[in-house]
Design a protein around this ligand. Sequence first.
Ligand code: NDP
Ligand code: BG6
Length: 475
Amino acid sequence: MIAEPHLFVVLGGTGDLTMRKLLPALYAVVSGGPCHVLGVASSDVGDDAYRSAAAQALTASGVPTDEAAIWAQRNVSYERIDRTGELHDLAARINAVDAEHKAGGNRVIYLALPPAIFADTIERLGRAGLAQGPGWTRVVVEKPFGDHLESARSLNDTLHRYFAEHQIYRIDHYLGKESVQNLLVFRFTNPIFEASWNRDRVERVEITVAESLDVAGRGAYYEMTGVLGDMVQSHLTQVLTLIAMEAPATYSADAVRDEKVKVLRSIREIPSEAVVLGQYSAGTVDGLAVPAYRDVPGVDPGSSTPTFAAVRVWIDNWRWQGVPFLLRTGKAMPHRMTEVAVLFRRPPVCLFHSVVDACIDTNDILRLALQPDEGFSLEVDVKEPGHSTLLRPVQLHFSYAEAFGRIPDAYETLLADVLEGDQTLFVRADETEEAWRLYTPLIEAALAVHQYPAGTWGPTESTSLIPEGRWLSGG
Ligand code: NDP
Ligand code: BG6
């Protein structure tokens, strides 16, 4: 892309996210353009050491070593800050780097920091005058955005004290995934599906985000969020809104987000009977032994933090009244798979009843595979060739990889949008609060948490949420 000149200030510049995701994504988006990165953290690292670390991070992501070193040397600097002090020195350094590298006064300030210090850091940025600059200033806030409704509200209040909403980019990286962005294109450019996308034609919708990864290495973080805060409130709920929303008046940030918020406001209060929580015990994933969640460093040995959730949601609006949406996600499941399965209603009568005995299983299913094998398939019934009338389900299949090859990483898309000032794929303040409104009572209710062995599809109790006791995706 052709970006305007800018300074990309990343607080948390030495962290895992910056090294593994942000620098490679930024390089992919603006490597030839006028972007200067200022990494900021409290470690005592000078410009040279930071440039080497940045170059290594780029090389690890596949950038040739020489190119990575040259780019880091020209386009990367580092500033050490005190963990608690004021940020006036940082402001002075930003002005100096801006002038030296002709960044035009435009700034992205990316908070790649531990969530516990988001609010304090925003205050310090504001007090140092960094919320406004000579050009545009955009602040990017990583997830999790709060850990319940009150903390999300408070974080929004803090942000709004210094930044206008149009400057704020709340990240949910699922929105940057091509397959997730495609949900709106798929729905609103193919009337053949949109005409069936309602309570008359759809029996239920399942959204599954299965992760084979366990919590290893992130025990302390996970103890704070659990699966409801880490995955359900954010990624699964975002996918739900894209599946359920009405067509926006225009494809613009506020029009799209207005429609998503309407979906959230239409969701009925979720009773505890509609939720099954689980926590993985020791087991095996991909042939490798996985220790129990309670044995992960940083996790309380008596922890009841859930690592699995299945939630049944009802949307009380004209389009979806009476159609259950089932959200399911878990750690340490048999394999990685994110899928939306739309189960269409059966025909009102089975015309072939007299000649086949298989009329009972004739629901069509649309499977939108969001990762890892992005694409979709539509399961329909056909007649098997031959004299007798035998019905058989077959798949109409589309694969992103086969059609288009490489798919950009979500962070590439999101960073490009930040640089272009497009907020469509970012979560607005009211969206975060409406999503927390749904799940905060469940987090506070201390619901039962069932054990499931790592390498299984979660506690068997989860099937109680589904009429026929069998999920459409995975197991
Ligand atoms: P890390 O712990 O790896 O990095 C944290 C960074 O913050 C380090 O650069 C650290 O540097 C800096 N830091 C910590 N405390 C302070 C402070 N008081 N003042 C200034 N700098 C500080 O975390 P991650 O990179 O993994 O995560 C960062 C954010 O990104 C989190 O919000 C996380 O939820 C989110 N995220 C991360 C993902 C990932 O894959 N890593 C994925 C999705 C979201 P130093 O110690 O030198 O100060
Ligand atoms: C992050 C969660 O936001 O998303 C992690 O904090 C989770 O717990 C990750 O593993 C999943 O992302 P992806 O893109 O691998 O599905």
